[in-house]
Design a protein. Structure first.
Ligand code: F6P
Ligand code: MG
Length: 435
């Protein structure tokens, strides 16, 4: 096999990885410390003085972590008692062996050290007894949903209206609706809170109305291949959604899942969620269930109807929620079959896997410095449990599957020129069912 490109890394000065490790992730860490410090009163109420002492302990650990990061200290083995510790520590050993030196924040792969930061945040909470399940990003995620009320209402009304008599929908109607909801879902990925350094980033426009003006920003659009796959006669009508962010993006995932069921393109949807707070806005099971509760309690008829319907879907098993340590480990997806064979085998039962968002894209493609024209299938490096697609707005300087000259053309036309690959303004829908 030909040698693979280098990993994206902060060792390349001026790259987005460099900026992220130098400025963006330390500032996320500062915000976590801030959230804790502002919650001392609440901890005192809930757990008494000991709760405050524990929170201060976590703050101390996180301040130490920030210092390690900013002074480019070696990546340390994990020491808590979570089940994934060995996996992480083995990974560290492997990197050390390959790199021939001790991995560190500015010399190792960006994907590794960025994931490691979130795992170390969790380790700091694991050191406490009362705050182990505290999610420092919860308030931001909740605000992300609550501040998207208006686009949520218009999307709910639109889809309810369009699907009120599913039996009367022609193939063409269904195809059109699927295209629309895939695009809504795609642009929902713009609203994550990691790219904005944890600052507000909400869906502000009517999600259906904005589609026409955004169309030309989808630089690879293989939606038709998704349609062909999902519309073909099949034995398994299971679709898997590897979920990314809570807030409006998650709502748009749910709407897409609902369309697949209502139109009988699928008969069961499996959602894959994170097991620990991750890249600020990624959805945990608790965020998922909280979202359904908020929707159910809405005074907007279509929104509450969907909230109730979806709550029922979780109960009756047409929606299945999964969590797996692999989604919060440092490995890219080419390693899934070896590292998490149970997850790989389970995904292989699906008819289509939909990977949401930028981080999933980085993990699918290995976060390598690929030439932009490398075919998507090649960048998968053997990862294909079943047909898969990715819906991603570009928030990392990594893209594959472009035509010769396309990246250069976009760069010369884009308003944000040099930053077009990280602005979230451009997007891809890429599909693969054959390597
Ligand atoms: O912080 C860097 C980063 O990985 C970006 O590449 C991306 O903006 C974000 O985190 C995660 O994005 P998403 O929520 O789309 O996976
Ligand atoms: Mg995310």
């Amino acid at each position: 096999m030909a040698t693979l490109p280098d990993s994206l890394s902060a060792k390349f000065k001026g790259s987005f990885a460099y900026k992220t490790v130098k400025d963006r992730i330390p500032s996320i860490l500062v915000k976590v410390i801030d959230v804790l410090a502002r919650s001392y009163g609440k901890f005192k109420e809930d757990y008494g003085k000991e709760g405050v002492e524990e929170a201060k302990g976590v703050v101390g650990l996180l301040s130490g972590l920030r210092n390690e990061m900013q002074t480019d200290k070696p990546v340390l083995p994990l020491t808590d008692s979570r089940a994934d510790v060995n996996l992480w520590n083995r990974y560290l050993e492997e990197v050390r062996a390959v790199q021939g030196s001790q991995p560190s924040w500015f010399t190792s792969a960006w994907l590794y050290v960025e994931c490691y930061m979130y795992r170390r945040i969790q380790q700091a909470f694991e050191a406490s007894t009362m705050l182990r399940t505290f999610d420092p990003f919860r308030a931001q995620k909740e605000a992300g949903l609550l501040n998207s009320e208006s686009p949520i209402q218009s999307l709910a009304s639109y889809v309810q209206q369009a699907t009120q008599d599913p039996a009367s929908l022609s193939q063409q109607d269904i195809h059109k609706l699927l295209n629309q909801l895939i695009q809504v879902n795609l642009w929902g990925n713009k609203c994550d809170l990691s790219i904005s350094g944890g600052s507000e980033n909400y869906q502000k426009h009517d999600p259906i109305q904005q589609l026409a003006s955004l169309k030309s920003f989808i630089i690879v659009d293989q939606t038709d291949q998704i349609w062909n796959r999902i519309n073909q006669p099949k034995t398994s009508k299971r679709v898997d959604l590897v979920v990314d962010n809570a807030g409006f993006e998650l709502f748009s995932d749910l709407v897409l899942a609902e369309l697949l069921l209502t139109t009988k393109l699928a008969d069961v949807i499996h959602f894959h969620l994170k097991v620990m707070p991750w890249f600020v806005s990624d959805a945990l099971r608790g965020d998922f269930m909280w979202t359904l509760d908020i929707l159910r309690a809405s005074s907007h008829a279509a929104v509450s109807r969907y909230g109730n319907l979806w709550h029922g879907r979780v109960k009756d098993g047409t929606w299945v929620l999964h969590e797996h340590d692999f989604w919060t480990c440092p490995h890219d997806y080419s390693k899934m079959e070896a590292v998490a064979p149970d997850l790989y085998a389970d995904l292989a039962k699906s008819h289509l896997i939909v990977f949401k968002g930028d981080l999933n894209y980085r993990k699918i493609t290995g976060d390598l410095k690929w030439p932009h024209t490398v075919p998507f299938s090649q960048a998968l490096r053997g990862f294909l449990p079943t047909a898969l697609c990715t819906l991603r707005t570009l928030k990392a300087d990594l893209i594959v599957g472009l035509e010769e000259g396309q990246a250069e053309r976009i760069e010369s036309e884009a308003e944000e020129a040099a930053d077009w690959m990280v602005s979230g303004n451009w997007a891809v829908v890429q599909y693969c069912d054959q390597l």
